[in-house]
Design a protein around this ligand. Structure first.
Ligand code: AMP
Length: 114
């Protein structure tokens, strides 16, 4: 099976700035930021989307959220706040079929989203 776009970033085949990585997750800047801080945190395992995560993915899913919060803190968003977003499927706005958590911050975000 061909590699996902994010697997190619993780392996270094495509360039990015590594913000954080460990054995389970990888964080890098979104190429098309929609907020002053816009970072993606992805599992190294190419789970296509949250709807397809399995029981066996519990540890990696936990790490994804825990590290999203610690990366947000590392980027100085802790005090003002931030939003974590996981888009799933067409109506959710998913465009890359490799699970990812957006960290958005640095401005006041509206609710509900468009
Ligand atoms: P989503 O729409 O939730 O699937 O989010 C996919 C995100 O991946 C979008 O915000 C894109 O801007 C971002 N993206 C696409 N290609 C790259 C890339 N090469 N490096 C960083 N972010 C990317």
């Amino acid at each position: 099976m061909s590699q996902t776009l994010f697997e190619r970033l993780i392996s270094g085949e495509l360039p990015t700035k590594v913000i954080y990585q460990d054995e389970l997750v990888f964080a890098f800047p979104d190429i098309n930021p929609v907020a002053p801080t816009h970072v993606l945190v992805v599992p190294k395992k190419p789970i296509p989307r949250i709807a397809e995560a399995k029981e066996e993915d519990q540890v990696v899913l936990g790490q994804l959220l825990l590290k999203a919060a610690s990366v947000a803190e590392m980027l100085g968003l802790e005090k003002t706040g931030y939003r974590l977003v996981i888009n799933n499927g067409r109506d959710g706005g998913e465009t890359v079929p490799h699970l990812h958590c957006h960290i958005l911050g640095g401005r006041t975000l509206r609710w509900p989203p468009g």
